[in-house]
Design a protein around this ligand. Structure first.
Ligand code: IMP
Ligand code: MG
Length: 186
């Protein structure tokens, strides 16, 4: 696999969602959102930095409605594993009161991030609030999470690509790949 142009990182095990499958699915999600928000005059795509950026910027171009985008930066209190403690590093700028908000994240793992941010946003009185995630690992959920717009359900692998990282690496891969750390850090 070394020097293979499609596997620029040594720790890539295998592709689990291809570039084509992502493109097709994102198109469908965009069409669904376009339909669901036909009557909305104030639609905000609110992404969680940094993992959702690639997904959000592709998705927004498949939504045939006026939209605004904004971002929040969140980190888990305990870096080594997902914990119930979530800290806001940087908040969104838009006053979301009265807005139709779609909260967008790259992947739902334990579910703590979405649960916490959702609660916080509801206190800010949006007109509506829905959750959109590219990936879901249901086997890992620690809390009940409803995902209104989901890209793909995947098994319990650690994945990178299309915005998702392993230690800040791999975000630029155009597909979703499972990693194998035994293969090295390259
Ligand atoms: P949760 O709060 O446990 O649901 O964690 C969600 C966050 O953990 C995501 O937004 C990602 O930043 C990160 N995460 C969870 N699983 C993965 C993965 O397989 N690859 C990359 N990041 C992940
Ligand atoms: Mg994240």
């Amino acid at each position: 696999m070394e020097n293979h142009p499609h596997f620029p990182y040594g720790f890539i095990e295998r592709v689990i969602v291809s570039e084509d499958d992502i493109r097709t699915r994102v198109k469908v999600l965009g069409e669904t959102i376009t339909r669901d928000y036909q009557d909305s005059e104030r639609l905000l795509l609110l992404g969680l930095l940094r993992g959702s950026v690639v997904f959000l910027t592709d998705l927004m171009r498949e939504i045939k409605r006026p939209i605004t985008m904004d971002f929040m930066s969140i980190s888990s209190y305990n870096k080594s594993e997902s914990s119930g403690f979530v800290r806001i590093d940087s908040d969104h700028k838009t006053n979301i009161r009265g807005w139709d908000v779609i909260l967008i994240d790259d992947i739902v793992d334990s579910g703590y991030t979405i649960r916490t941010v959702r609660k916080l946003l509801l206190d800010r009185e949006p007109r509506s609030l829905k959750v959109c995630a590219l990936l879901d690992k249901p086997e890992r959920h620690k809390v009940d999470i409803h995902i209104d717009y989901l890209g793909f359900t995947i098994p319990d692998y650690f994945v990178v690509g299309y915005g998702l990282d392993y230690d800040e690496k791999g975000r630029n891969l155009p597909y979703i790949a499972a990693i194998d750390l035994a293969k090295g850090e390259g």
